[in-house]
Design a protein around this ligand. Structure first.
Ligand SMILES: Nc1ncnc2c1ncn2[C@@H]1O[C@H](COP(=O)(O)OP(=O)(O)OP(=O)(O)O)[C@@H](O)[C@H]1O
Ligand SMILES: [Mg+2]
Length: 391
């Protein structure tokens, strides 16, 4: 099996003469042999490891025969290939032995023992091929899984791109009428004296139209393809922009938003579009976790990623249902979702993780069931160094 080491065959045989014959045949064929005379000695050696094959006499003398001993070592989790040495015409034992997983058998006689080395060689070859096949299967499975994950990411990217295109075209279409409304409104406002009772309503309309214009501008930026978009980014500003986009959704769910931004955080070098996508995913998750309402706190402060590596720390805190410990290790896996069909694809956090990885940052989650969840993102500050992977 292993070219650099002769294979070791353990022989359990109490008959001195037979054992010597077996050892001679096997050693002449290049095997190393170890001989024991009773099951407990055999067990001891098997436990120590390093045995490639076990030649087991079926007549052990005691209450237990070879086949029963084979079952015992198998049940102890010490499975290794076995050749059973049986008496002539003991067909019933042979059939039972082969069914139980014994690899081969030889009869206990001088002429049949000549066949032992060949049997050993064949069994060891079988075992090697089987192991190689199992190994190949494991590798194949891993590759298949990798391929599946990549395909899905691609699919998701394509889907997002499709949604983005649609959003962009709608936003574009809205831009023109909004411009007209805004212009007309300005004219009407200019002609309305401050004490006119209609003035208040017009001002409200004006501010709502501005809000719509902001939303549309935001959407347009959001849906722009995110290539070569690396620039100096004010994280708080990006979060604010994302909030504007999600505000309606949050308000509808009676979620109270409270930002805690440290105004001294430095700008970082990042892809603005991708960061917004991260924040939007996190806000959506938080909102989904608070169907009865709750608090959403986006927090930004300075921190360190490693010693001597200044970082911007972003936390998205919610007071939602939380994540049970058994799920916590899987939430970043693509397709892990607890949401109903059509509600979630399970890709949100996987995408967040990929984006943060590309920015050389770190993303982690703390959660307590029925208390809430905190997603923490650390992005390095050193300009330029955190975005090499994006190019
Ligand atoms: N803030 C949170 N509170 C509670 N559970 C969460 C939170 N964020 C994520 N989870 C859990 O992690 C799972 C995976 O989240 P992820 O964003 O990757 O996928 P999703 O939200 O289910 O679907 P998608 O984001 O693709 O629409 C969720 O289904 C949910 O169970
Ligand atoms: Mg999600």
């Amino acid at each position: 099996m292993n070219a650099s080491r002769p294979e070791t065959v353990l022989i359990l045989e109490d008959d001195e003469g037979v054992a010597r014959l077996q050892q001679k045949r096997l050693e002449r064929a290049g095997f190393t042999t170890i001989r024991v005379t009773n099951p407990s000695a055999a067990l001891e050696i098997i436990r120590q490891g390093g045995i490639d094959l076990f030649v087991l006499d079926n007549q052990l003398g005691g209450a237990e025969d070879g086949l029963a001993f084979y079952h015992r070592i198998k049940n102890a989790g010490l499975d290794l290939p076995v050749i059973l040495v049986t008496g002539y015409s003991d067909d019933a034992t042979i059939i039972r032995a082969l069914r139980a997983g014994v690899r081969d058998y030889v009869f206990k006689s001088v002429e049949y023992l000549d066949y032992l080395p060949e049997a050993c060689r064949r069994v060891l070859d079988q075992v090697r091929v089987q192991r190689e096949r199992e190994q190949a299967l494991v590798e194949l499975k891993a590759k298949t899984e990798e391929l599946r994950a990549t395909t899905q990411q691609l699919w998701q990217a394509a889907r997002l791109a499709g949604v983005g295109e649609l959003a962009a075209s709608i936003a574009h279409e809205l831009n023109n009428p909004l411009g007209t409304v805004s212009l007309r409104l300005e004219g009407v406002l200019a002609k309305t004296p401050p004490d006119d009772p209609r003035r208040k309503s017009l001002e409200i309309i004006d501010s709502e139209v501005s809000r719509m214009a902001r939303l549309v501008a935001n959407l347009l930026q959001f849906s722009r393809p995110g290539r070569d978009q690396v620039s100096t980014v004010d994280v708080c500003e990006e979060i604010r922009k994302t909030i504007e986009l999600a505000e309606h959704h949050l308000r509808k769910r009676r979620i109270i938003l409270r930002t805690e931004f440290d105004p001294t955080v430095p700008p970082i070098f990042a892809d603005r579009q991708q960061l917004r996508q991260v924040f939007l995913n996190l806000f959506t998750n938080a909102a989904d976790a608070m169907p009865q309402g709750g608090q959403l706190i986006p927090r930004v402060r300075t921190g360190v990623l490693q010693p001597n590596q200044p970082a911007v720390v972003i936390e998205v805190v919610d007071t939602g249902v939380g994540i049970p410990p058994t799920h916590l290790g899987r939430v970043f896996d693509p397709f892990f979702t607890t949401k109903d069909e059509g509600q979630g694809t399970g890709l949100g956090l996987a995408i967040c993780k990929r984006i943060i990885d590309q920015h050389h940052g770190k993303i982690e989650i703390e959660s307590e069931v029925n208390r809430g969840t905190t997603v923490r993102i650390l992005l390095p500050v050193r300009n330029g160094t955190n975005t090499e992977a994006l190019h």
